[in-house]
Design a protein around this ligand. Structure first.
Ligand SMILES: Cc1cc2nc3c(=O)[nH]c(=O)nc-3n(C[C@H](O)[C@H](O)[C@H](O)COP(=O)(O)OP(=O)(O)OC[C@H]3O[C@@H](n4cnc5c(N)ncnc54)[C@H](O)[C@@H]3O)c2cc1C
Length: 401
């Protein structure tokens, strides 16, 4: 008997990874994407080693690596005291064939995935389709959508909500998005002024009680790349004021030097949250990626953890649909991925932000000293690298039964 397809709401990077992982195993997949083409705005741009390994398993690792910049070393700095700690992923080269952070815009991954999926006969890609609701019964799921030519519905064997932070699937399931929103927004902009001239590695986090900064290099028409910088923005400022030339220049000049204007290639402001869905599975519907959890970008864990969800879930879905595994296996997806998101992704990203912004001088000194000590001790540095590269969270998920 022909089975209904697995419908994926959301053709962002996480939904597309899920689509490819299922389609490669021969399952029918239908992706609904609200936009008319791949969004190319600058969002996540860091791939951690286990994520590159997963993408390599899917057959897209080499192309992504070729499109990005490998960054083996990163720094924690204090704005006044300079470099506090250096971490080099070479220290865990025995654990991964990719001992670096791969800096590459997420839309480049999406483009690679769309190209491959578009050529697969068991994949249907529906752009301009907004998922509006999911309704479950004993035999499957009805996924309702709005399309340019009117409303419609598709029958699905399972549905994956990969439709981002405002997930229609999550809302339709009545699942809570528990957590909080930070009061300050983040201003993100990019310059092609080469920060290596000032001694920065390709990725650095600079602590300051008033104006911390995170910087990372991104590919831009080949080397040497452009530099993305993220600053906190006080809640009382309007987006328009923050995005104005004068304001952006004042932030970069305050950080580098005020004797020149800097070229600004891109700028945006966005609100940052720490939230986890109360359930990742309701019957035949599962949540992955930003639909399931969101976090601040310090440590680059949001997209990576979403891809880890997609790989974990699709492995189990294939076992259920192709190998006769019990449906209850999908509850294990919920337990493994929800728990590790709380224990690792939420905890680490909140800790990273607190480290950079701490205002109490005594606490600040203590935390920065702790970072120095960790970096100086090979055993502690190795554990720190395993946590920050997300290897530890994947190992922890595998222990949950
Ligand atoms: C403005 C912004 C800047 C960011 N910057 C960073 C950063 O600097 N560093 C970092 O680590 N992370 C950043 N993030 C987070 C990172 O982009 C996400 O973690 C990542 O995109 C998650 O991928 P996803 O596929 O789960 O969700 P998304 O990328 O959000 O993809 C969801 C997809 O679903 C589609 N969709 C939404 N609703 C529907 C619907 N009802 N029906 C059908 N399709 C739908 C959307 O159009 C989108 O294509 C940023 C996020 C935002 C919003």
């Amino acid at each position: 008997m022909k089975r209904d397809p697995i419908v994926i709401s959301g053709g962002g990077p996480v939904g597309l990874v899920a689509a490819l992982a299922l389609a490669k195993r021969g399952l029918d997949v239908c992706v609904l994407e609200i936009e008319s083409q791949i969004p190319t705005d600058l969002r996540a741009g860091t791939f951690h080693p286990p994520t590159v390994e997963m993408l390599a398993e899917l057959g897209v690792g080499a192309e992504l690596v070729a499109a990005g910049i490998p960054v083996p070393e990163w720094q924690i700095r204090d704005r006044r005291a300079g470099v506090i700690a250096r971490f080099d992923l070479a220290a865990i080269a025995d654990l991964t064939p990719y001992p670096f952070r791969l800096h590459c815009e997420q839309h480049k991954l999406s483009s690679i995935l769309y190209r491959i999926l578009g050529a697969m006969p068991n994949v249907t890609l529906l752009f301009g389709h907004r998922c509006t609701a999911v309704e479950q019964d004993d035999d499957g799921v009805t996924v309702r959508f709005q399309a340019p030519d009117g409303d419609g519905a598709i029958r699905a064997s399972y549905v994956i909500g990969a439709d981002g932070a405002h997930s229609a699937v999550r809302k339709s399931l009545g699942v809570e998005f528990e957590g909080f929103t930070w009061p300050e927004r983040f201003l993100v902009f990019a310059t092609d002024y080469d920060l290596r001239e000032q001694g920065f590695t390709g990725n650095a986090y600079i602590a300051d009680p008033d104006e911390w900064v995170a910087i990372f290099i991104q590919p831009h028409d080949g080397p040497p790349g452009i530099w993305r910088m993220a600053f906190p923005i006080p809640p009382e400022l309007d987006d328009a004021d923050v995005l104005a030339d004068d304001y952006v220049q004042s932030r970069i000049k305050g950080f580098l030097s005020s004797d020149q204007d800097y070229p600004i290639l891109y700028r945006s402001v966005y609100r940052v949250h720490q939230r986890v869905a109360s359930r990742f599975r309701v019957g035949r519907a599962m949540l992955v990626g930003d639909a399931a959890h969101i976090n601040n970008p310090l440590g680059g864990m949001g997209l990576n953890s979403g891809i880890h969800d997609a790989i974990n879930l699709t492995g189990k879905l294939c076992d259920v649909m192709l190998n006769g595994a019990p449906d209850s296996l999908l509850d294990l997806y919920d337990r493994q991925r929800r728990q590790t998101n709380i224990e690792y992704v939420q905890a680490i990203t909140i800790r990273n932000k607190r480290l950079l912004e701490e205002k109490d001088p005594a606490v600040r000194t203590e935390r920065l000293d702790e970072m120095r000590t960790i970096a100086a001790d090979p055993v502690s540095a190795r554990q720190y690298l395993m946590n920050s590269s997300m290897i530890a969270s994947i190992r922890r998920a595998a222990e949950i039964v």
